[in-house]
Design a protein around this ligand. Structure first.
Ligand code: FO1
Length: 345
């Protein structure tokens, strides 16, 4: 494994045994939520902060929808629908059936229980509370231990330039099932938006930073587009580890590989590592792609080869523990906080 040369690691001395290891995870929807859940299981959940993409947010029937925040929140609350990854397990669709009766059923469905989250979030926002405060309060009421932070309290909207013209994210993703050929991706409002309160400081003071296996272009780039985020990552003292969302040239879920082809990139973990090469110290490659390790190491990035598929909750915790252990080896003077519980414990 090669040491990273692009960004020096911290020179600080050892931390005391009782120091809490602050872990930051940058996440989008389902893949990000699963690894965040693994990190919450494998480390001290109270010292985990999950910074979540809000470029997918939009309004429907006057309700503010934050799909990735909800996916992360429901997953950490143990409530997520295991089949879809988004929404709530066992939810019903009576509101949707009624809207259908009125002839106005939307292409984007909210489950009945999920609707309650949206009513409450929209009311709290209308009362003047920022999204970060609303999110903290919703998470508190669902007993979510990690700090879940929207990337910004200001609106940033992901727009995809496609063969059918400009499509707002959810139109591209859900209405058109990510089928239109994409040419470019922009994040409207990112120049004016501020990173969420405390977010840059949290990255600055983190012990480990994990880029979850979310779509680099649709889910992580909106976070990186915010003023100050790249700089704080470039100067971070903590090891930064990215986990591949691509295995054997295919996305684990969603349009990442298709999008890469359309943007003229080879859909491979190597390309993802190159995308993050400025600021990551380590890259977690799937065992099926072990042969690609040397290409990533040649970029000055350390490589861990492991099984990155998260089929069960135990897989999430095992991968999280692998990631934390890898971060510790990249920065051996900092003691890791991996306390992986035994399966079923
Ligand atoms: N995805 C769908 O494919 N169809 C839906 O009707 C849908 C509804 C939905 C409701 C709430 C929510 O939090 C997420 C929802 N998603 C739906 C998923 C979501 O839009 C995307 O997976 C993410 O935006 C991409 O990360």
């Amino acid at each position: 494994m090669l040491p990273h040369t692009a960004r020096p690691l911290a020179q600080s001395g050892p931390i005391a045994d009782n120091d809490v290891m602050n872990c930051i995870a940058l996440a989008g929807g389902v893949g990000g939520a699963k690894l965040a859940d693994g990190l919450a299981r494998a480390t001290d959940a109270d010292s985990l902060t999950v910074i979540v993409n809000t470029g997918d947010d939009f309004d429907l029937y006057g309700l503010h929808i934050s799909p990735d925040l909800d996916t992360v929140m429901y997953t950490l609350a143990g409530m997520a629908n295991p089949e879809t990854g988004w929404g709530i397990a066992g939810d019903t669709w009576h509101n949707f059936e009624m809207l259908d009766k009125y002839g106005v059923a939307p292409w984007f469905r909210l489950g009945d229980r999920d609707l309650a989250t949206h009513l409450l979030r929209t009311k709290m926002l209308a009362d003047g509370q920022p999204l970060s405060v609303v999110t903290r309060e919703l998470c508190r009421r669902l007993n979510v231990a990690p700090r879940v932070m929207p990337m910004s309290d200001d609106p940033v909207r992901t727009v995809i330039a496609t063969e059918q013209g400009l499509l707002p994210f959810q139109e591209y993703f859900v209405r058109h099932g990510w089928q239109p050929v994409a040419h470019a991706i922009t994040f409207e409002g990112c120049d004016e938006a501020e990173a969420a309160p405390g977010m840059l400081r949290a990255i600055e003071t983190a012990d480990t930073i994990v880029i979850c296996p979310s779509n680099p272009y649709l889910s992580i780039d909106p976070i990186l587009s915010l003023r100050g985020v790249r700089d704080v990552l470039l100067n971070a003292t903590a090891p930064i580890i990215a986990v591949t969302p691509i295995i054997a040239g295919e996305a684990v879920k969603g349009p990442a590989a298709k999008l890469m082809r359309e943007l003229g990139l080879e859909p491979s973990a190597v390309e993802v590592a190159r995308h993050y090469a400025d600021f990551v110290n380590g890259f977690v490659l799937d065992t099926r792609d072990a042969g690609l390790a040397s290409q990533i190491e040649a970029m000055g990035i350390g490589v861990l080869i492991t099984d990155t598929l998260m089929t069960t909750p135990d897989d999430r915790a095992r991968l999280a523990c692998d990631v934390i252990g890898f971060a510790d080896r990249l920065q051996p003077e900092k003691l890791g906080g991996c306390k992986l519980r035994q399966p079923g414990a």
